[in-house]
Design a protein around this ligand. Sequence first.
Ligand SMILES: *Cc1c(COP(=O)(O)O)cnc(C)c1O
Length: 415
Amino acid sequence: MLDIQSLRDLEQKYGSSFYLLNVTKLRENYQKIFQAFHSRYENFIIGYSYKTNYLPYLCKELSKMGAFAEVVSRLEYDLAIKIGEDPKRIIFNGPLKTREDVHLALKNESLINIDSFYEIDFIREYAADNPRQLIKVGMRLNFDITHNGESPHQDGYEVGRFGICVENGNFHKAIHELKAIDNVEVIGLHGHFSTSKREVESYQKITRKLCSLAKEYLRSTIEYIDVGGGIYGELPESFNLNTPTFDHYAEAICGIMDEEFPTQDSKPILILEPGISMVANVFTFVSKVIEVKTVRDVYFVLVDGSVHNIKPTMHKNNLPMKMIRQKESAKERGAFHIVGYTCMEKDYLAYEIMGELPDPGDYIIFENVGAYTIVFNPPFIKERPGILAVHDHEVIEVRKQETIKQFFNEEIYRF
Ligand SMILES: *Cc1c(COP(=O)(O)O)cnc(C)c1O
């Protein structure tokens, strides 16, 4: 459907830059991840990581498919409620939760994974006020997953900062504090580690450790093992990376779950919290070419978009992209940069592309922009573009183009 005429039609209605959400592909991703794990371990749940992309329409679509909502703030928690999620299907993670947040989650019987000791105080208060409720909580843990002597953490950090540390005795201490509260049970262990290589071996370590701690400390109460997110999704072929498949991860994680909990009635629920692997490849960003100019002998292709729209972290790798041209006649070939509308020098959507130069009025489609983009996209200099969901040739506007009224919301700004 993405020929020049249909893009012009979309531009007429929605402006000269917008995101497209491929709903069919989203459903495929969910099914592929779910099948890989569920076929090997029946008691399996996907908790979709909201922060990766909390477009309400997307969250609702995944909820309809069966995903739980994995949230890391009250804002995300309230969004899950707003789209109609059953609070018992919300997993509340994250380092910062207020007393009210914790009490609400406990009242609603959401799954809650505590990250620090201060949350235990909130649980203790709630338990004292609600002596007849059996209160179930989980804990996010922090332990060493060093592999071949190398720290696997993103950006090379020696230790991760999240969760309650096992090695220094904090986990032991926290368990005892929680067990000392009459009507509290610890039912889940959670380990999400953002590793740079997303290796299967890291998940083996995580799963093994969570299971053995559950057996040692929570034999009679364990209900779930949550191995977090961070797995690779299907990458564009142009990346040329030989990354693990969903089956590779599932084989390793489910195999260990089965070994650790061999009898059918002992098997806890296994939770996976995919973010990037679920949504990265289901969004594209369409942007119109406005001008092709030369500065000395360098070509700059100016589009109605910004690096903020497609890679807010401003990494220098070019995303896979497609050009939709008005005419297929022979054009000038050369190296060019694709640059954006902001007034920052570094606003490059792509560096040193080799090939036929586009013309003004052509469109460039940047692919793989679903994860950590729309949520990170500051309204900077220009209103945010709209988002269109496409399914079976049907186009639904799921976020309108922002207007000045919403950008400078009169309820919060003083003029
Ligand atoms: C960010 C996050 C995820 C998702 O991570 P991806 O790398 O996007 O898969 C899952 N769980 C928690 C607790 C997170 O913070």
